[in-house]
Design a protein around this ligand. Structure first.
Ligand code: GCU
Length: 509
């Protein structure tokens, strides 16, 4: 063989090996679906021919949701958190921990929210920026942290989780932290002042004069004027109840908070399901029926955020809570139910898929969650909205679990279910009463585990929901409907007081 031929053979060999190594990844070009295409793909996988349409949220529309309490309970008997699937009664904490809780986790994973895959790649957290700020009269340290998910298995998809951790600067020891789903921005960026601001203004002046030399004269005529001014103190936008904004209340009470951006884990739409963390694990392919939906993905992200908090010595990692409102209220409850490291939760106006009974027919329906909002849930959940399929039809009454059991999964940890009132915009769509019924029924599990349940116990079908502003805040399980709108802000001071009392915390700054 000539040298030339040998070289050629070597090149051929190397390129064949490379093609072999690279081609499996190349075959996995991420699928780009519209939300409708992805929805249809899941219907096809499940053998669903038709879904019942969800009701309209517009109370004047002919197909509006049911708001007639006499028709609200077509499946009045919800599954019992304290009865095993084989009919045995759960009578001891050991039975709950060893048998019933795992059984419920399995059913919620398989049929409702989907499973977190075993092979989710590792996350590397980095502190990008540290800012020293003031929130009201409290000095804080704000850390902008980023969790980069290893995407070597699918380099076309990247997931950079974003969290803002804000801690009171003068705390004498580790502080409890409330993680809140939402935009992760610096709360009050520290501005340059005094001599630094003067320097910036001088530089700015010369840049402007360079750009337009005639400005030299203008600056000379106004020697005391500065193009950039310190932002004047602005009184914060108060909560609906006249209270200070949530971050102000938290840091003043000696708490830290972490703003966790759910969109940085998983997009809030069906078209995004082949991207984000779900898409990354699936190598850009559509989900299978048991795969996780966005709620479980957001909850997974929050749990990774907690991994980071556990490494920060200024955080009391045994007392980290999770909070969210509306769809993020659902995500907060799911986070708390699945990951027992979270010590407390504030569930704001969560509705169906959150604290409200799936079996109730009042406002938002299961059919809403199998229609436009299907990607929040596991694909399998769609079956319960099916009017026609290879398996026949199914209804909410066929769901093997319900939200009383989701709340029960939080026991005996601190669980605060919060709502506002319809008159102020926390719409009937959310079914406050259905959430109250679920909370009442879950209370038995808190009691079994040695915690204090809700002051109103007994039969969830007949339990009386207290009027707005009457909190049931004695137990580890708490309920309060404030008299504001679609927010949990007016309940924040009750939450802090309640949690402080239960964990024995007082501000040390
Ligand atoms: C819709 C949706 C709810 C959701 C809410 C929100 O109303 O039906 O499930 O909680 O949006 O997140 O704003």
């Amino acid at each position: 063989m000539t040298v030339f031929k040998l070289k050629f053979a070597l090149i051929y060999l190397v390129s064949t090996v490379c093609a072999f190594v690279i081609s499996p990844a190349a075959a996995q070009t991420p699928v780009t679906f519209t939300s409708d295409q992805d929805h249809q793909n899941m219907m096809d996988q499940l053998g669903i021919k038709a879904l019942r349409p969800g009701p309209s949220g517009d109370e004047k529309a002919p197909n509006h949701a049911n708001y007639d309490e006499s028709r609200a309970n077509p499946y009045p008997n919800v599954p019992d958190p304290l009865t095993m699937n084989d009919g045995q009664k759960v009578t001891t904490p050991a039975m709950w921990w060893d048998k019933r809780r795992p059984e419920l986790i399995e059913m919620f994973s398989k049929y409702v929210y989907g499973r977190v895959p075993n092979n989710v790649p590792k996350v590397k957290w980095t502190v990008n920026t540290v800012d020293h700020e003031m929130i009201g009269f409290t000095p804080v340290i704000a850390k902008d942290v980023e969790g980069i998910v290893d995407n070597s298995s699918s380099p076309d998809i990247s997931v950079h989780m974003h969290m803002m951790l804000v801690l009171p600067a003068r705390a004498k020891g580790p502080v409890p932290v409330l993680m809140m789903f939402g935009r992760a921005a610096f709360p009050y960026p520290n501005e340059p002042a005094g001599g630094d601001l003067d320097k910036i203004n001088k530089a700015w002046e010369s840049v402007l004069i360079q750009q337009d030399p005639s400005l030299k004269q203008v600056f000379e005529q106004h020697p005391a004027w500065q193009p950039i001014k310190a932002t004047p103190f602005q009184f914060p936008q108060l909560n609906e109840d006249g209270g200070l904004p949530n971050p102000w209340q938290l840091v003043a009470a000696g708490w830290g908070f972490a703003l966790f951006d759910p969109a940085s884990v998983q997009a809030d739409d069906g078209a995004g399901i082949t991207r984000g963390i779900i898409g990354l694990v699936n190598k850009g392919q559509p989900r299978k029926p048991e795969d996780w939906g966005a709620l479980r993905a957001w909850a997974w992200g929050a749990a990774r955020g907690l991994d980071y908090l556990e490494t920060d010595s200024a955080v009391d990692a045994k007392h980290v809570g999770i909070e969210g409102v509306s769809r993020y209220g659902k995500a907060a409850l799911v986070t708390m139910a699945f990951d027992q490291r979270f010590a407390m939760v504030l569930v704001g106006s969560s509705g169906k898929g959150g604290a409200t009974l799936l079996r109730r027919n009042f406002g938002e329906a299961v059919e809403s969650l199998t229609g436009g909002e299907y990607y929040w849930m596991a694909g399998n959940f769609m079956k319960y909205g099916a009017s026609e399929g290879t398996f026949g039809s199914m209804t909410p009454g066929d769901i093997p679990v319900d939200s009383n059991e989701l709340i029960a999964l939080c026991a005996p940890r601190l669980t605060f279910i919060s709502y506002g009132i319809p008159a102020k915009g926390d719409a009937n769509w959310l079914d406050h009463k259905g959430s109250f019924m679920a909370t009442v029924d879950a209370s038995r599990v808190f009691t079994l585990l040695g915690a204090k349940g809700l002051a109103v116990e007994g039969d969830y079908r007949t339990a009386q929901m207290p009027p707005a502003n009457t909190g049931l805040l004695d137990g580890q399980l708490a309920w309060r409907q404030h008299d504001g709108g679609h927010t949990d802000a007016p309940n924040m001071k009750y939450f802090i007081e309640w949690a402080d009392k239960k964990i024995g915390h007082t501000a040390t700054q």
